[in-house]
Design a protein around this ligand. Structure first.
Ligand code: HEM
Length: 389
């Protein structure tokens, strides 16, 4: 609305084209915020060549929910389960209650809900052992891993993302109830970034160490993205799908507290305030890994996180979608990344980090899971139809 647009110009408040603004008072430059933008009805279509929720704009909340197949869920059971899931995802993301939803009011505000579905090794094996890709299964062990089964593995994954935690809680519970004849929950991990409206959209998120996190990342619109993230024609049923690696990484914040800002920036190779490389000024400045100081040391340590994580082989890069988690007294990062082949992309990067990343002192990998992300589907079609017919 007009008031919203004026307030946006004067006070920096976000007013989206799809939302509508309610003026809470006449705004003047520097006055208190006057616009309230309501986003609850915003929807993201679930159909397409790729599943929604992978390159979709980030939402405030995302829950990863893994299930295990029941012993007697066979090909036909899995087919029935995927039929149910497809209908549920279509309804919930459109803001309509699926049949049998006994809390239909909770389905009415999708708040950009997406549900991205992944298959673990066992699900694919039960349908067709010949269809299991070599990378689908537990990752090779890294020396610093301290993995807990409570956050690892799973046969079926639901990635439920939205701007509203009530929407997510309802979708998660409904989906779990609906697939109960075939699968039972194994773990759930809830992540978040800033609440929508707290800062203008499109900003790189900050993790709970205060770092700007997600700066160097392949752009979905760039020409090299497909070759890094979407599987190609040679991938059979996974064509237009992807591979997801999820790692639960605990932050050792009590010891991190003892490190001063110089030490924190040195370990990362970037500044805290701007997220700029230590050789630059702005977030998106290109790091100069060769630049040296007056003593002859590289300005960005060769063991700084960004130096170790940086890929000189462009085909090794991954598409990162990390969010924070905060469970009781433990905080950290739900590190998710999409790629064509985890063994050729995530694994070599993580080997370099595991070996000598300066950040290792303050982070511990405690959960790990790999899922095949089947391609998207069309109205009238079905999730996973290229694998299970
Ligand atoms: C870069 C934080 C774990 C891969 C970064 C940056 C931060 C960060 C702040 C710099 C800004 C950016 O480009 O996003 C963290 C934290 C971690 C973590 C706090 C653990 C809690 C990982 C893991 C991987 C990874 C497990 C993959 C194995 C990368 C890559 C980059 C990066 C590829 C960009 C490197 C480049 O400049 O080319 N990370 N990270 N990170 N991180 Fe991490």
């Amino acid at each position: 609305g007009l008031f919203g647009a004026l307030a946006g110009a004067a006070g920096g408040a976000a007013v989206t084209a799809a939302g509508f603004a309610i003026a809470g008072g006449a705004g003047r430059a520097g006055a208190e915020p006057v616009a309230e933008t309501i986003h609850g009805s915003e929807r993201i279509p679930c159909h397409g060549a790729h599943q929604a929720g992978i390159t979709t704009a980030h939402t405030a909340h995302v829950s990863y929910l893994a299930l295990d197949l029941l012993p007697d869920a066979d090909h036909d059971g899995i087919l029935r389960m995927l039929r149910l899931l497809s209908g549920d995802v279509e309804a919930l993301t459109a803001g309509t209650a699926p049949l049998a939803d006994v809390e239909p009011e909770l389905a009415e505000l999708p708040a950009r809900l997406t549900v991205t579905v992944g298959f673990g090794r066992e699900l694919v094996r039960r349908v067709d052992p010949a269809a299991v890709p070599a990378w689908l299964g537990p990752l090779p062990k890294f020396s610093r891993d301290r993995l807990d089964e409570a956050y690892s593995g799973g046969d079926l994954l639901l990635v439920i993302a939205a701007d509203d935690p009530v929407t997510i809680a309802h979708a998660a519970r409904f989906l779990v109830k609906d697939v109960r004849p075939f699968a039972k929950p194994r773990w759930r991990q809830d992540g978040f970034a800033r609440a929508r409206g707290t800062e203008s959209g499109g900003r790189t998120m900050r993790n709970l160490m205060g770092q700007v996190d997600g700066t160097v990342n392949p752009k979905p619109a760039s020409s090299d993205f497909s070759g890094l993230v979407w599987l190609g024609a040679d991938a059979g049923w996974l064509r237009n799908g992807s591979a997801l690696v999820l790692r639960r990484i605990r932050m050792e914040l009590d010891t991190w507290d003892r490190v001063d800002r110089v030490g924190r920036e040195f370990a990362m190779g970037r500044t805290l305030r701007e997220g700029a490389p230590l050789t630059g000024k702005k977030e998106h400045d290109e790091p100069d890994f060769a630049a040296r100081d007056s003593l002859g040391f590289t300005v960005i340590s060769k063991d700084a996180h960004i130096a170790r994580a940086h890929s000189t082989d462009p085909g090794e890069r991954i598409y990162r979608r990390a969010v924070n988690y905060d469970d009781g007294l433990e905080q950290g990062l739900l590190f998710a990344c999409y790629q064509r082949d985890p063994l050729a992309q995530f694994v070599p990067i993580q080997r370099r980090l595991d070996e000598a990343d300066l950040m290792n002192e303050w982070v511990t990998h405690i959960g790990s899971a790999v899922f095949a992300i089947p391609p998207g589907w069309r109205a009238g079609g079905r999730l996973g139809e290229t694998l299970v017919a």
